[in-house]
Ligand binder design. Structure first.
Ligand code: M6R
Length: 613
């Protein structure tokens, strides 16, 4: 979604802001802009353009601005079409105040009407402009910038991360946050704000993570943070441990490809951290979910969005199978509004790479209000979901930049393996011998993934063969069906191809009518006990002229009789196959997107972290 960066110090703010915005491009956006205080002219200059940061750079090249205080923004349109005017920063009417904003001001129409009745004129269709105007309205009354921001925040409803500057106070940026991530980066004689770490990683790793309703007043030498009662809040410095390389492409054509190839390491990092060295169990050192806690739990509910939800479905399958605990699951946007059947005996598991997804966050808050215990599986350390959950399992995937989630999914699936094994051991549903068998197989996963990755050139060839497909079906049963759902989502989001995942047994109940000569069907059949059943569905689509690309387990040579093309995954324990079977799907979607000339890392209409409903 939108991105924010802000700078105050002794450097020229413009390159700092532009580099920051480039680092935030992965979040998805449709326009970009900066507001910089020009010391000679004693005014704030705003430059903003529809489209890429490059457009903004050219506009700044033609009309250069310079200054040591500035705020920048990448916008993902919610209110008003993508355009130069709707792009941020937004000025107040007198151009005294400039604002960048992530989130949605829900009562902006009401505020706008009140201000219009007082003579304020609005030029954009955005909700954000009302914040700039409202700050100006209060500022005109008191001449106190800080106080004007506090007063304005009392009036706005909704979600926001805000960066605000005022022409008359060029010594400060004011930042405020409610339901949207915002950090303050701490430098020497300079300070920053950012919605996401990569924007400022080049300059500092020391940060304050703002909590909801906090307001930060940031000068070049000082940061003061206040609660809504204007009392100063003391915060701990959070030191980010990512390397800069982790947020760079390191020679790969795209972040997505780099992240696909990082998966062996991500999986081994998780296993090394989570398996007890003596082989006697799992160490989920950051959660407290032991026998006595689990005795109180009579069901679980898994809630997430998109790819994270599919990782959750792997978890549902495993917790039911290995722990014999009933598990419901829902996408967060449905869960929130359905009056879910949960109580203090329910373990609610939320999964999120970013830890900021608005629906997942609100679903979690609902669960907490109902007294449920909330365990969050999160990648971004210190994110809102991680901070508010009762327990957190961090997925240790490092920064995921590509919008299409790959390594984070694998890390979430591994977290689901580990969590279900932990619960099964704690509740005596699994013997140490059974655990040891699975543990040994899990330790081979990184090398299995490496083997699959060596097949990338073959998968690229499949892309060349199937690049003209207009509809793609993914079919599988059980855990393979979950894998199909994730594979189909990936193809949609980056290749922009229509695709449908189906439980293979459901085909005959309708969808098979869509199969015609040369329709591409991707069959996933890694579950030995379901293999023959899935193959019979494959024969049905073949008989109707479909082209079949199969993903099956090494040794199931029957595959070759019916598939036009096939990819084998190394033999492993049946519960572990989703992790492996998904890798060829990631590569297939990636190569299809490249072949179709799409912007792989920043697919159209999508945002990395969906911080609005
Ligand atoms: O940050 P989250 O894991 O909460 O994000 C959830 C979904 O928005 C995300 O998985 C989305 O579906 C990805 N673009 C999929 O590749």
């Amino acid at each position: 979604m939108c991105g924010i960066v802000g700078y105050i110090g002794n450097r020229n703010a413009v390159p700092v802001l532009l580099q920051g915005l480039e680092k935030l491009e992965y979040r998805g956006y449709d326009s970009a802009g900066v507001a910089v205080f020009d010391e000679r002219e004693k005014k704030i200059c705003v430059c903003k353009k529809k489209g890429r940061v490059e457009n903004l750079e050219s506009a700044l090249y033609d009309n250069p601005v310079k200054g040591r205080l500035g705020i920048g923004h990448t916008r993902w349109a919610t209110h008003g079409v993508p355009s130069d005017i709707n792009a941020h920063p937004h000025f107040s009417g007198s151009e005294n105040v400039a604002v960048v904003h992530n989130g949605i001001i829900e009562n902006y129409m009401e505020i706008k009407e009140i201000l219009q009745s007082k003579g304020f004129e609005f030029i954009s269709d955005t909700d954000t402009e009302c914040v700039a105007q409202l700050v100006e309205y209060y500022y005109d009354q008191s001449g106190d910038f800080n106080d004007a921001v506090f007063k304005a925040l009392e009036k706005v409803d909704g979600s926001y991360a805000l960066g605000i500057i005022c022409k008359d106070f060029p010594d400060r940026i004011i930042a405020a946050k409610k339901n949207g991530p915002l950090i303050v980066g701490l430098g020497q004689g300079e300070n920053f704000i950012a919605s996401d770490m990569p924007a400022i990683l080049k300059y500092t790793r020391n940060t304050y993570i703002l909590e909801d309703n906090e307001v930060a007043v940031i000068t070049k030498d000082d940061v003061k943070i206040y609660n809504p009662d204007k009392e100063e809040v003391k915060k701990n410095v959070y030191v980010v441990d990512w390397s800069i390389e982790a947020a760079e492409k390191s020679g790969y054509d795209h972040f997505m490809l780099k992240e696909i190839f990082e998966q062996p390491k991500v999986v081994s990092d998780n296993l090394n951290r989570r398996f007890k060295p003596d082989g006697s169990g799992i160490q989920l050192d950051d959660i407290k979910l032991f026998r006595e806690d689990l005795e109180k739990i009579n069901k679980a509910y898994i809630v997430a969005c998109g790819t994270a939800y599919y990782a959750g479905l792997v978890g549902k399958f495993l917790i039911e199978k290995l722990c014999r605990i009933p598990v419901n699951s829902d996408v967060a946007s449905e869960f929130r509004y359905k009056d879910p059947l949960i109580d203090e005996n329910t373990l609610v598991i939320v999964i999120s790479q970013s830890g900021e997804t608005a629906d997942t966050l609100e679903a979690m808050r609902l669960a907490k209000r109902r007294g449920s215990r909330v365990l969050a599986v999160v990648n971004v350390v210190g994110s809102t979901i991680a901070r508010e959950a009762d327990d957190v399992i961090y997925t240790l995937a490092g920064p995921e930049i590509a919008v299409a989630s790959t390594k984070a999914f694998s890390a979430q699936v591994v977290a689901m393996f580990l969590l279900s094994l932990h619960i099964a051991l704690e509740t005596d549903k699994m013997s140490l011998e059974e655990f040891d068998e699975i543990r040994r197989e899990m330790l081979k996963l990184p090398s299995h993934i490496n083997k699959i990755l060596t097949q990338a050139p073959n998968i690229k060839r499949f892309m060349e063969k199937y690049i003209d497909s207009k509809n793609v079906f993914y079919i599988g049963r059980g855990l393979d069906y979950v894998v199909c759902r994730e594979g189909s989502l990936k193809l949609k989001e980056i290749a922009y191809l229509h695709s449908e995942p189906y439980a293979a047994g459901e085909l005959k109940h309708g969808p098979i009518a869509l199969i015609e000569e040369s329709t591409l069907v991707i069959g996933v059949a890694t579950q030995q006990e379901l293999f023959a059943k899935t193959m019979s569905n494959i024969k049905e689509v073949k008989a109707r002229g479909a082209k079949v690309l199969m993903i099956a387990m090494q040794g199931n040579t029957e595959t070759e009789k019916y598939a036009d093309d096939y990819i084998y995954i190394p033999k492993t324990h049946p519960i572990l196959t989703p992790l492996l079977a998904n890798i060829p799907q990631q590569l297939f979607a990636y190569y299809m997107a490249v072949g179709l000339g799409n912007d792989v890392d920043k697919p159209r209409n999508l945002a990395k972290s969906v911080t609005v409903e």
